[in-house]
Design a protein around this ligand. Structure first.
Ligand SMILES: CC(C)(COP(=O)(O)OP(=O)(O)OC[C@H]1O[C@@H](n2cnc3c(N)ncnc32)[C@H](O)[C@@H]1OP(=O)(O)O)[C@@H](O)C(=O)NCCC(=O)NCCS
Length: 149
């Protein structure tokens, strides 16, 4: 797992034909779907709650394009823990050249309670571990693969 400028690059993607736009380069919509899912997973791990939703995304800077066959990696870091929210910064880059492909300065997720309303999450610091993984998810992981997590 690579860590640069406090961003941890977790997930790698292989740019395939179905991810291309009409110019034959990586389609922005695919990239945004990937990064939203990555941010959701990051928020779940940080907030310990599977019920966190995307609230806000700031300007998206498509810095450079990617081609079919490229390997890209996605990175996120938490930049602010609010009362019910978590703010993150995102970057996608070419895995080999490290050329930046996309940056998003602010992605805000909101922690929801069982009633579907914003709920305090109680965290102020990033975890680099799996200590906050939601219990119900943990049970499912342990049932399907005893000894994991
Ligand atoms: C998420 C949702 C429940 C929040 O409701 P809300 O009335 O905006 O809630 P609040 O005003 O209490 O704000 C909740 C948090 O979000 C933050 N927030 C609200 N609007 C924001 C904005 N435009 N930019 C950044 N942060 C924002 C608030 O500052 C607050 O954070 P804090 O508690 O850490 O200070 C509601 O907006 C919603 O359901 N949105 C749809 C979410 C969704 O479906 N996402 C999937 C995308 S398709």
């Amino acid at each position: 797992m690579a860590r640069d400028n406090d961003i941890t690059f977790h997930t790698r993607k292989w740019v395939r034909p179905e991810d291309l736009n009409a110019n034959g380069t990586l389609f922005g919509g695919s990239l945004l779907r990937w990064i939203d899912e990555e941010a959701a997973i990051y928020a779940i791990v940080q907030l310990g709650n599977g019920n966190a939703v995307t609230k806000y995304m700031s300007e998206i800077n498509f810095v450079s394009s990617a081609q079919q066959g490229d390997l890209v990696e996605m990175g996120l870091t938490a930049t602010a823990f609010g009362r019910t929210s978590l703010t993150m910064r995102a970057e996608v880059r070419n895995m080999f050249t490290r050329q930046s492909i996309l940056t998003i300065e602010k992605i805000v997720f909101v922690n929801l309670g069982e009633d579907g309303l914003p709920a305090p999450h109680g965290y102020t610091e990033i975890t680099y571990d799996r200590d906050r993984v939601p219990r119900e998810h943990l049970h499912r992981i342990q049932d399907s693969a005893p000894g994991m997590a």
